[in-house]
Design a protein around this ligand. Sequence first.
Ligand code: DON
Length: 351
Amino acid sequence: MNTKRMLTALLLFAAITTSVLPVRVAAQGRQPSPVAPRREVVAAVVQEAYDKFKNETKGKNADYIPYLAQVDSKLFGIAIVTTDNQVLTKGDVTFSFSIQSISKVYTMALAMEELGPNKVFEKVGSEPTGRPFNSPVAVVDMKTHTGNPLVNAGAIATTSLISGKDANEKWIKILDFYSRAAGEKLSLIDEVYKSEAATNTGNKALSMLLAKYDRIYADPFESVDIYTKQCSVGVNAAQLARMGATLANNGINPATGEQVIKAEDIPHILSTMTMAGLYDGSGGWAWNVGLPAKSGVGGGIVAIVPGKAAIAVFAPPLDEAGNSVKAQEVIDYVSEKLHYNLYSPASVGWK
Ligand code: DON
């Protein structure tokens, strides 16, 4: 090749790398947020949090679902996935645990994909209940009767909104949606499903109460069964963090580049998580941590840092409200160190 040809080839290469590559990066996620902390800083803080809380013994595994009582309460994993798809993990991040109530966030998102946010707001609502997650009193007392999509009654009502020719089609649609948010195929933990299905009289009672107030939109017990399946989906901490990062990344899965959730739905989801994601612990959580988050009685919590990242922590022992003790401690610590609190101007770079 002569010099002229080589120069042309070089120029062509430069033109391709500057025009095509940024497009590819943008499709895979977003440009790194200018105020997101650097990878080494995040990795150091994750390590510190792991060391600081690994011997925490407060809390107790959920036992109203028999399977959950026998999960090793020492399991402990932390995962962060950033909106530019960097993955930082520590501890037991490949152990598959049941997603439980964290599923409610993604069924809410799917219902909005199908019906639009206004319909979901009208049919379910977005009011904190101030009561335990499974409270029948909230259903009777509240004007909307459903509260919001993140407490059991509202979640069962939300599940009943998902369309499908039969229960199986609805369930497969839900599972596929969760898998797209995670960027890999998720599946049911059959033992969890069986254990919960054999003991979920409280949720069946909630569904009948909803029927009394015309706030459930398919067969009540069929809806409880699909809801029980969605709660029994297995995720590990890394998969959960990626599901969270899809929310942080404006609905685009940062690994696959797929727009899984409409961008305009994200503020509705995150505001509901802020108000009700940790149930009757949500007020204290917003006060201390300032991040939308969602817990599950399986021991997982995912917190969303919009535009930057998601943190998922798995540790089974729970507090009185049903939220993992260690997961709350870790997320509180990490978000304080990394200036993640959304209510602080430090989160957008102010010192
Ligand atoms: O319906 C239930 O009770 C469980 N499948 C889910 C509850 C739950 O995860 C509450 N979380 N903190």
